[in-house]
Design a protein around this ligand. Sequence first.
Ligand code: S3P
Length: 169
Amino acid sequence: MNIILIGFMGVGKSAVGRLLAERLNLSYLDSDELIEETEGRKISEIFAKEGEDYFRGLETEVIKTLIEYDAFVASTGGGIVLREENVKMLKEIGPLILLTARPEIIYERIRSANDRPLLEQGGKLGQIKELLLKRAPIYNKAADYTIDTSDAPVETVVEEIIKYVQSKS
Ligand code: S3P
């Protein structure tokens, strides 16, 4: 079994993914980490030197390698669903669990980080709202199941995902 976590920056994909993998005894993978490993440089550097399109191409390549693996939970970069072919391939790998959060919560979670090239200095609230609005229909269309993590502890989100995947198997 594989489970794919999708959603905007700061919705908790990594924290949830790690615990979920532990609970289900699955491996944990992160598309951003895989890209940084194969490229040997940080996402911010790839964006700065090669641009967003190049990065999106790397995301597609990572998905192609994921198809060869089994028994993992994968967290994905917030923009991975922007390419339709990515969504199609991801759906062949496992259910797409969409994590969401209110923009104010996302802002609080990511404002001290400076590793999100699409949001300068961790992201202004206005920027987050604008990008969320643009992407919401794409996330919703791709999702097999959606959980709002705004007020839910990681533990609760993980339990809800486990219930969902068990109800499907
Ligand atoms: C991006 C999200 C980031 C990373 C890159 C682009 C996006 O991943 O892939 O900075 O377009 O939303 P996280 O969602 O893990 O922060």
